[in-house]
Design a protein. Sequence first.
Length: 692
Amino acid sequence: MSIAVRTDLDQLCVNTIRTLSMDAVQAANSGHPGAPMGLAPVAYCLWQKFLRFDPQDPIWPNRDRFVLSAGHASMLLYSLLHLTGVKAVSKEYEALGEPSVPLDAVKKFRQLDSRCPGHPEYRWTSGVETTTGPLGQGLANSVGMALAGRWQAAHYARPGFADLIDFNVYAVCGDGCMMEGISAEAASLAGHLKLANLCWIYDNNHVTIEGNTALTFTDDVATRFIGHGWNVTRVGDANDLEMLARAFRTFLATRDRPTLIIVDSHIAYGAPNKQDTSGAHGEPLGEDEIRLAKRHYGWPEEAKFLVPEGVYEHFRDGMGKRGKELRDAWFARVQEYRAQYPELADEFYRLHHRQLPEGWDRDIPKFAADAKGMATRDASGKVLNAIATNVPWMMGGSADLGPSCKTRLTFDGAGEFSAENPGGRNLHFGIREHAMGAVLNGMALVKVRAFGSTFLIFSDYAKPAIRLSALMELPVIYVFTHDSIGVGEDGPTHQPVEQVAALRGIPGLSVLRPADAVETAEAWRAVMKLHHQPAALVLTRQAVPIFDRTKYASADGVARGAYVLADTADGKPDVLLLATGSEVALALEAFENLTADGVKARVVSMPSWELFDDQPAEYREGVLPPTVRARVSVEQASTFGWSKYVGDTGHSIGMRSFGASAPLKHLVQKFGFTVGAVVEAAQEQIRRAKRR
Ligand SMILES: Cc1ncc(C[n+]2csc(CCOP(=O)(O)OP(=O)(O)O)c2C)c(N)n1
Ligand SMILES: [Mg+2]
């Protein structure tokens, strides 16, 4: 790599990033100008001299990834995407040829439908590699990207193609990201895994919203990261392009550890009254201060959104030219690879287009009826293994609960992912649920099929990342076991109550709580077909019966979210029993009792509200006839939300308090999950309906 000789054009480009950011925030009358102004030279040096990125093809698989973890500094990224002329890409992965961020979008920063929303949004603005804003998430995403990059490198490497996949991942973070716990989880994992393809850049400007970091943050960050097993280097002046280039070269030369570059910078650099103050963090500088800052840069004071002559050309001749050459050379290599290894090349293509291999579901086991039954977590483990055997790029693991969540891949060749064996498909996240969620997002962003597991109760620890899986429309699969008071003796700390409701509250997340082993297999089948949606499988620790499907309906209905499992002979029930998961067996028992007493009941197994809500009205009304208002729901979880299906007049049997530590047989009595309680509620519902 040649020495980065500083030219006037370099400085002009840096100041263009700054002034575009200032002007956009001012025009929007909202946003964060300070960080982009301080970081402009850092981002410029990285993009122009190092980042292997082709603006004409921003989804080229072996591109370096740039993550702006400090998402509030979004104008930094939008300025770069604009100035380098990054092209828009459609959802079908076709380049469209239009600019991703035209100048007009910058002028409409933070306005409705602008490609420059307040914080960077993946899938909305091409070139944005991940959605950031909730601080620290981007850092953990970058670990997932680097990890999946290492896996792809190992998995697809063949003689003569040892470096087919060798992209690097750069993430820019601020004080906020450093303070968030997730950054420590993620850094610890990255250091342990020796992810040498990962570089974090810390914008050490000593300012957050409430003031100087002396208020809150006196960590010795360098020592902290050395403790995590990272290489740490420092740039004492963010404006020193030579020192920055040297730091990036140090990263590239470090082959055994991730690298942290601590950059001492000035928030709102060049604004005479606002530099180094929290006032520059999250509000427009004001017209007067902008003029003064522009004077400081030697910029025409009255010009707005000015891109001086030579700036676009300079980026085109720098990053643009370098990126295109690298991209073209890589595709030429892939052609050679395809000729020699057509199957692997086909696999790689499918991976990158979120397609499944032919026959991916051929080994999914069939479970025979069994009254004693099987825990749905156990069924899930068998199904997961059957699927992963046939989907070579499916990988994941657990936050130290693999043996309990049954998410270990046990077939030959699955392997353990480690620094020494990056081709392994079993990950060990350690007890780091929050980072696990965000790492899974990062993995999904580089297109491997990622899954992760923990107890349902600890989904709360990963919630911010799960929310982002949904916001980014990533097909991450969460496996949450130990799903209710069924946990028994572990007690209320470990018994989920409100978790299912909270997960159902996340738009775009499909939550599935299958009733038996057969439904579990169908749930996995449905989830694997979701290519742009995350899913949460909610599974039991305890055994549940496997229903006799010759007596009751087949489980094909799982894909539709809810289905009639058992019905009256004439299909005209007087009462509906709605249940999910382990409580479907209870509803069936109540159904048998009611039927014996001549009551016309129907059992609806309802593994997924979201899948059901997506069905046409005709189907939904067939399952839950609007005229039948006598309805009882049964679920060992908060009743929150069930009125949507049972109506104002229906009854919900569920949890209205925390659980308790006791054997399950005592808990079901205490909390009213008994056949008697369900039968009684059903009869009361019918009596009431008659009175109406
Ligand atoms: C998880 C999370 N908590 C709080 C916020 C609100 N917030 C946005 S920026 C910021 C301060 C960040 O400080 P720093 O990273 O140093 O950025 P700088 O002020 O240097 O631009 C806060 C608290 C957030 N975006 N995400
Ligand atoms: Mg700061």
